[in-house]
Design a protein around this ligand. Sequence first.
Ligand code: UDP
Ligand code: MG
Length: 315
Amino acid sequence: MKTLSICAPMYNEKEMVPYFFEKIDEVIKKLSSYKVEILIVNDGSKDNTLELLKEQKKTHPNLHIVSFSRNFGHEAAVSALLKYSKGDVVCIMDSDLQDPPELIIDMLKLYEQGFDVVNARRINRKKDPFLKRITAELFYKVISKLSGKIKVPDNVGNYRLLSRQVVDHINNLKEKNSVFRVQVPYVGFKTATMDFVRPPRLKGETHYNYKSMFKLAGDSITSSSTQPLRWSLYLGIILGTISFISFIVFLILRLVGFSTLIYFEAMLYSFIVLTLSIVLVVLGVVGEYVGRILIETQNRPLYYVEEEIKGDLDE
Ligand code: UDP
Ligand code: MG
């Protein structure tokens, strides 16, 4: 019998724990042809999420709990889920039921047809706040421009089903600056996509604010492409050409008798300001990459595990 790992990270999800298990139990009942492991990473919750998980362990011998020593963030939690999962098929999802667990049944059908990756794509962005929708759209546009041959799909978050071989390949990627939604398409393999309507969070609050989304966007861009570094070269060439042409134009105007000094000064001033700001932006972009090189060379562990309670699949 094949095994399925249902994996979710939890950070301060005390209100979601009972609902999550209730929903997962309903799905497991319908999966008679799989042995199921439930793997939860407790990402340093400050509330009693861990105690509630231990409570669930009494009725769920197949529950495997990995508890971090502090909050390491969603991406680190997903990395741990992939490392600790043992199933032949691995499903990664959020624990707030925004990734509806009943979808797993249809995702498994696609896996059984031979797909190694089954993505769940959300199709109801329209209900999101305007700013979130625009920034998300921009994010996927920029990423797809930058990632070249790798197709990072639109509106696919972390909800996915992966075959064991894909999970192993992702686990073998050594980068610290990892972004799950970029790693999956990087690895490749036969991929199917299922659409779903993403419901609002049932209980509790989102942990993502604009700052953390900005960080995710930065990590995704720097981990998928070095193209932004090349843009500074192009910008330099363009600016150099413009300044050379304008110099020639002003010189000719001066030679044919126009007094162009005042225009020349105005143009010079705006040109200097423009160039300076571009130089600072370019420096910032380079800094983003340098910062990430530091993180890679430090080579610190992505997370520390304080407590692990194994499930019956480990025995
Ligand atoms: N999460 C986590 N660590 C964090 C933040 C979030 O493990 O530092 C988990 C959280 O418990 C949830 C998932 O990541 O299962 C997605 O978080 P959230 O629902 O807050 O994000 P949103 O759906 O609003 O993008
Ligand atoms: Mg959520």
